[in-house]
Design a protein around this ligand. Structure first.
Ligand code: THU
Length: 127
């Protein structure tokens, strides 16, 4: 049985580092990689509001800079440590780096990536 509470706790720690002075909506994300590594991210906003980086952006960057691999389990949380859904753009990022089998803890339980982003456009479409 996968320990989602432990992964959620890592996301909550990451959330504590968020820079969200404009939305006041700090987000933390955490994921496991297929070799057992943990990767995390927090949202980082900008005075030019549209430039904000979602927590998932930092997480995916950490995935690549720490050796690559595939995401296997993912969760993101808000200030209250409640699970939130990744935004549409970040579902695309997660799909690219975890594929259809990636498991996400969502507001309606554990779901596969291909349930959260059905019929995704992905790398195969460019082959
Ligand atoms: N946000 C994330 O970090 N990830 C998501 O998947 C949803 C939204 C951030 C972006 C912005 O800094 C704040 O939440 C409010 O939208």
């Amino acid at each position: 049985m996968f320990d989602w509470e432990a992964l959620k706790a890592e996301a909550a720690v990451a959330m504590g580092h968020a820079y969200a002075p404009y939305s006041h909506f700090p987000v933390g994300a955490a994921a496991l990689v297929d070799d057992g590594r943990l990767v995390v991210g927090c949202n980082v906003e900008n005075a030019a509001y549209g430039v904000a980086l979602c927590a998932e952006c930092g997480l995916v960057s950490q995935l690549h800079i720490s050796g690559g691999g595939r995401l296997t389990h993912f969760v993101c949380v808000n200030r209250d440590h409640d699970v939130i859904m990744p935004c549409g753009r970040c579902r695309q990022l997660l799909h690219e780096n975890g594929g259809p089998d990636l498991l996400l803890l969502t507001v309606s339980g554990v779901k596969r990536m291909d349930e959260v982003l059905p019929d995704a456009f992905g790398p195969d479409d460019l082959a």
